[in-house]
Ligand binder design. Structure first.
Ligand SMILES: *Cc1c(COP(=O)(O)O)cnc(C)c1O
Length: 404
């Protein structure tokens, strides 16, 4: 194994996306090889003994390392501007791995309250069983982050923009509070992807991904990743993943590698489509409010434009209605009248997806808590894809015009 096309950080993002992390075999294949093998052979007992001693850097067994997975890890590390990456089977197993690697019973997490529903469940229920507690704070309130710090605080956790209301939090400002508290600052970069936002450059210690979303970008496979310092990834995360086995499969790594090659093209076009649709929605008489960081009406528009290259692909909007029942009826009418958008929970796909968060992704939250979080019955989340933006507007207009 050799002929790694060594790329350094003098190359730009788009070059790194297609060329970094390539490992070529003795056949000199041009595209990345898919190594579907659970183990690797040795020429002698002595060589086996030697390779098992250096399992981090040599190939023995695919729960530990696999060349296709290594290529994905190296490419994503290059795109996030990190030293090293550990891939995992899903986004949730990346969160499991970072907490198991960095924390122990008695430790405390300060987390944004506006994070992925399953992440809230992991923090409040699963880790709670093992003596790791979490305080949830309003991500935009810097004093709240500061005031939540305790002597046993070991981790800060943030997702920006948030799901589904696209709230934007100041990564750089929160990183300073985290640093002063000696905590590990983990940022879930799922919504922007490194094509739009690179949290490590803004002071985050670890970037976490659900590769299932924009990194694959075509709705095919599950995957996750953690990117950070070589020391943290290799000395803390790798021993956990190697032993516990939430490893990314070689096949999924290969699919994700090819996804990374088109990441910036897709996300930039999806952001342009999203901005066009968000601006149009804002002017529609049936729409009460649009949540999109790329719109000047977004409360953190200036911060978003400083921190992100573009607004991203997620647009949420709230429909008018005199009662929650009427709001829900209007939202469902829009969703049920679409012919192009897919009614599904996934996001980050080339296909536009449409969701009613209050009855699906956020359906298990108590109604009062849901209203307090701003996820009303009239809210629709759109994850804009690569279709023609006018076709998506026409698709939404059928139900919106009927509601107006
Ligand atoms: C989907 C998602 C996750 C979980 O990722 P899986 O790959 O589904 O395990 C975590 N964070 C965010 C922001 C997500 O959208």
């Amino acid at each position: 194994m050799g002929n790694n096309t060594n790329m350094d950080d003098t190359f730009n993002f788009d070059t790194l996306a297609v060329r970094s992390g390539t490992l070529r075999s003795e056949f000199n294949e041009h595209s990345e090889a898919l190594y579907l093998t659970s183990s690797f052979c040795f020429s002698s007992a002595g060589e086996a003994a030697e390779r098992f001693k250096t399992a981090e850097t040599s190939y023995t067994y695919s729960r530990f390392t696999n060349p296709t997975v290594t290529m994905f890890q190296d490419r994503l590390a290059a795109l996030e501007g990190g030293e090293a990456c550990m891939a995992t089977a899903s986004g949730m197993s990346a969160i499991l791995s970072v907490v198991m690697a960095a924390l122990q019973a008695g430790d405390h997490i300060v987390s944004s309250q506006s994070i992925f529903g399953s992440t809230i469940g992991m923090f409040s229920q699963i880790f709670g069983k093992f003596g790791i507690t979490t305080t949830f704070v309003d991500p935009a309130d810097l004093d709240a982050w500061q005031n939540a710090v305790r002597p046993e605080t070991k981790m800060f956790f943030l997702e920006t923009p948030s799901n589904p209301l696209t709230e934007v939090a100041d990564i750089e400002a929160i990183s300073k509070i985290s640093k002063a508290a000696n905590a590990l600052f983990v940022v879930d970069n799922c919504f922007c992807s490194p094509a739009l936002q690179q949290p490590l450059k803004l002071g985050a210690d670890v970037v976490m991904h659900s590769a299932t979303k924009f990194l694959d970008g075509q709705g095919r496979v599950l995957g996750g990743a953690l990117v950070g310092s070589r020391q943290f990834i290799m000395e803390k995360v790798f021993p956990f993943v190697r032993s516990a086995g939430p490893t990314l499969s070689a096949f999924n790594a290969w699919v994700l590698l090819k996804g990374l090659e088109t990441l910036s093209l897709r996300v930039e076009k999806q952001s342009a489509n999203a901005l066009e649709i968000a601006s149009w929605l804002e002017a529609h008489p049936a729409v009460k409010r649009v949540f999109y960081p790329g719109l000047p009406s977004h409360p953190q528009h200036a911060l978003a434009m400083r921190q992100q290259k573009l607004g991203g692909a997620i647009v949420s909007f709230e429909l008018k209605g005199d009662t929650p029942e009427q709001q829900r009826a209007n939202a469902w009418r829009v969703i049920d009248n679409t012919k192009v958008c897919s009614i599904t929970g996934n996001l980050g796909d080339t296909r536009t997806t449409i969701t009613h968060p209050a009855t699906t992704t956020h359906g298990r939250i108590a109604p009062e808590a849901r209203e307090a979080a701003g996820i009303t019955e009239g809210l629709i989340r759109l994850a804009v894809g690569l279709e023609n933006a006018q076709d998506i507007r026409n698709d939404l207009a059928r139900g919106l015009d009927a509601a107006a």
